[in-house]
Design a protein around this ligand. Structure first.
Ligand code: KG4
Ligand code: ZN
Length: 328
């Protein structure tokens, strides 16, 4: 089954074609980073306008890369929640129009379920049962997956997501947007042990990152003017605290479930230092390939395959929502 996936939940306009949930035929992505950079973050209206402009060319390129005509597509999968509502509407409306015009089923995909399924695009495929950590800009959650459709939430952040904390820290440090990659770059050569930031809720798989952000704010107020070396040390210590907290939570989840297969996905999982720390866990690790950690449409097309098995086709009166509980 060749599924065309569409992703427009935030600031990436992406279309991809994946066969049977795992075989990638094409993946095209237009990143809006440059358009949002002057504002220091994603501006929802600019995101929607840019999706409207780029969706058709990106779609045409995805078909061309896969050497397929639109008639050879078996279904259209679209990221329908959660995300920026205006941005989601562009992709959902486009997907519905395609589904109607081509007489192919429409599949409603949960964006976070998409992140989970991205790891199945590469070999070796993750083995069930597994523990999965989703670490993105809006979510930080650890789940147990017994199969594609049997997913239990074990713990999640009670306030900020890990990516959100990194984004806010980058802003406080004047490192710009997007924050996670900016912190990663700045942290290179910094001493991760130089500042001791707090790590909350040590005994729980749930987590909290808002206190950490406040600790950084307090530290910056008392530190005065920072030179390059100070900034590097702060960035390295800050990201190390987040990553060691996430590794600790995975260790607690392994102890609780006796499951040692671990899948890690979401934008934060593209961080090299984090990947290195995850590699030190006593676990069988299934890391999502870097190019599929941040938002993309291949993960939506892959997730569309499994969602179709469970939920069948979506109605053409589908409306996206900005929120959405986990998962399908
Ligand atoms: O999964 P994603 O692309 O979008 C959401 O669904 O939120 O994740 C975006 C988040 C942002 O907070 C971004 O700063 C973070 O992932 N991120 C990173 C890196 N690349 C993206 N965090 C740390 N290191 C990176 N290299
Ligand atoms: Zn995402």
């Amino acid at each position: 089954m060749k599924i065309l996936g569409i992703e427009t939940s935030c600031d990436e306009t992406a279309v991809a074609i994946v066969e049977d949930g795992t075989n990638l035929l094409s993946s095209v992505l237009y990143s809006q980073i440059k358009e949002h950079t002057p504002y220091g973050g994603v501006v929802p209206e600019i995101a929607s306008r840019s999706h409207v402009q780029k969706l058709l060319p990106v779609y045409a390129e995805a078909l061309s890369q896969a050497k397929l005509s639109s008639k050879q597509i078996d279904a259209i999968a679209v990221s329908a929640k959660p995300g920026l509502i205006g941005a989601l509407m562009t992709g959902v409306t486009f997907a519905k129009s395609l589904s109607f015009a081509l007489s192919k089923p429409l599949i409603e995909v949960h964006h976070i379920y998409g992140h989970l399924m991205a790891a199945f695009l590469e070999d070796p495929k993750p083995q069930y049962p597994l523990l999965a950590l989703i670490a993105s800009g809006g979510h930080t959650t650890i789940v147990q997956m017994n199969s594609q459709h049997d997913i239990i939430v074990l713990g999640k952040t009670i306030d900020d997501a890990a990516g959100e904390a990194l984004d806010k820290a980058a802003k406080l440090l004047g490192l710009g947007f997007p924050g996670g990659p900016a912190i990663e770059k700045c942290a290179k050569g910094g001493d991760s042990l130089s500042i001791s930031f707090p790590s909350a809720m040590k005994d729980s798989i749930d987590m909290s990152f808002s206190g950490l952000k406040n600790a950084l704010r307090t530290h910056l107020l008392s530190a005065g003017t920072l030179d390059e070396k100070n900034k590097k040390n702060i960035a390295a210590s800050f990201q190390e605290t987040i990553f060691s907290t996430l590794c600790h939570k995975l260790t607690l989840a392994m102890e609780k479930t006796s499951i040692q297969n671990i899948l890690v996905c979401g934008g934060v999982a593209s961080n090299e230092r984090f990947r290195q720390m995850l590699g030190e866990l006593p676990a069988q690790l299934f890391l999502t390939p870097k190019s599929f950690c941040t938002d993309n449409a291949a993960m939506i097309a892959a997730a569309g395959f499994y969602t179709y098995q469970k939920n069948g086709e979506a109605s053409l009166d589908l409306v996206p929502t900005s929120h959405g509980s986990i998962f399908i």
